[in-house]
Ligand binder design. Structure first.
Ligand SMILES: *Cc1c(COP(=O)(O)O)cnc(C)c1O
Length: 356
């Protein structure tokens, strides 16, 4: 039997662990912040029709520039953006990887404020980019002064700010983004994977004008209920978008992905119609967990990080044995749960109450 140690793996990858949120097929899956509502049948039918037309062209390579998808995404985002401002890939993780391929790499660094999205250090490692983790203050809230001083001190090639932050849910003030941008000459990524759950004026899209080093990453995986299709996208200055063309694989978005994305965006209001309901369920979780004596962190996302858990592994396993999967994100005495449908949320809260 050959083990990985017998293969000539890149030295900087030896001993690394792959990304691995458990994929249990339990009945209630509240561990990776998906939108747990299924798509309405009418939308499924319309997407299917458009996919059928796309399959007919499958003997040819797809539009390498996925022009229609970019136009639809620009229209959806508004803020005066056009297709030239838009880029997309198979999930925003791929977008982030392309940014690191273009602007990171050996001898360069990526800085972020931890705890934050666990993929950032993995993407850095995969692209040979150095990883600088700056701890957040105790309440996880970033201030303009703190962020600017840490960035100035480290002078990284790239900074990524997650807004709102995963796994803490913490909102990010626009003043922090402006201060971060002005504190260095590198690329600033704002990861807005959960921005649809935050108040409307939180988005950094209106900061793009006159900030060519600002990259705003979005995804259809969360609020948009489209995680399985794998579409993430970016809004940026057209020049920054050009940089990603240097590193993307040719035809990286399949004809099926492009068609599904265009079709779904044609229903964007309905696709996003569960956001208000999910936010209500999140507020239920916040209120009830506080009642049960847990320390609930302020959140503007579709998930809640809570502390005061004596033994996170035991609580995680107790819930799992009831068919409920949540997330141990490795913060001592904390767990994270995604707001699900009303009945999923009720099942989680009842189980938590029983655990006492
Ligand atoms: C879920 C998530 C993403 C999205 O990943 P996709 O590749 O688009 O599915 C990006 N950033 C953060 C912080 C996330 O939590």
């Amino acid at each position: 039997m050959t083990s990985l140690n017998d293969l000539p793996l890149r030295a900087d990858l030896v001993g690394k662990q792959p990304y691995g949120a458990p994929q249990d097929f339990v009945s209630i899956t509240l561990n990776v912040n998906e939108n747990t509502h299924e798509l309405p049948d009418e939308i499924v039918d319309d997407i299917t029709r458009q996919l059928r037309d796309a399959v007919k062209t499958a003997n040819r390579y797809p539009d390498r520039e996925f022009t229609e998808l970019r136009e639809k995404l620009a229209e959806f985002l508004g803020h005066g953006l056009t297709a030239e401002n838009i880029w997309a890939a198979n999930g925003s993780n791929e977008v982030l990887q392309q940014i690191l391929q273009a602007f990171g790499g050996p001898g360069r660094t990526l800085l972020s404020f931890t705890p934050t999205y666990s993929m950032y250090p993995l993407l850095a490692s995969a692209t040979g980019t150095g990883w600088i983790a700056v701890p957040r203050p105790e309440d996880f809230v970033l201030t303009a002064e703190y962020v600017a001083s840490k960035i100035r001190e480290a002078n990284p090639s790239i900074v990524v700010l997650c807004s709102p932050n995963n796994p803490t849910g913490t909102p990010l003030d626009k003043a922090v983004i402006e201060a971060a941008y002005d504190a260095f000459d590198g690329m600033l990524i704002v990861d807005e994977a959960y921005i649809e759950f935050a108040p409307e004026d939180r988005t950094a899209l209106d900061l793009l004008q006159s900030r060519p080093r600002l990259l705003i990453s979005r995804t259809m995986s969360k609020a948009f209920a489209f995680a399985g299709v794998r579409i993430g996208y970016l809004a940026a200055n057209p020049v920054a978008v050009d940089a990603l063309r240097l590193v993307r694989l040719p035809y990286h978005l399949s004809v099926l992905t492009q068609a599904a994305g265009v079709a779904a965006l044609g229903h964007n209001k309905e696709m996003l119609s569960t956001v208000a309901e999910i936010t209500r369920q999140r507020e239920r979780i916040e209120a009830r967990l506080a009642e049960l004596g847990y320390e609930v962190h302020p959140t503007e996302s579709n998930f809640v990080l809570f502390g005061g858990v004596k033994d996170p592994k035991a609580t995680f396993e107790a819930l799992r044995s009831k068919g409920i999967l949540i997330r141990d994100v490795g913060i001592p005495n904390h767990l994270r749960v995604t707001a699900g449908t009303e009945s999923e949320t009720t099942a989680f809260l009842n189980a938590m109450a029983e655990l006492g």
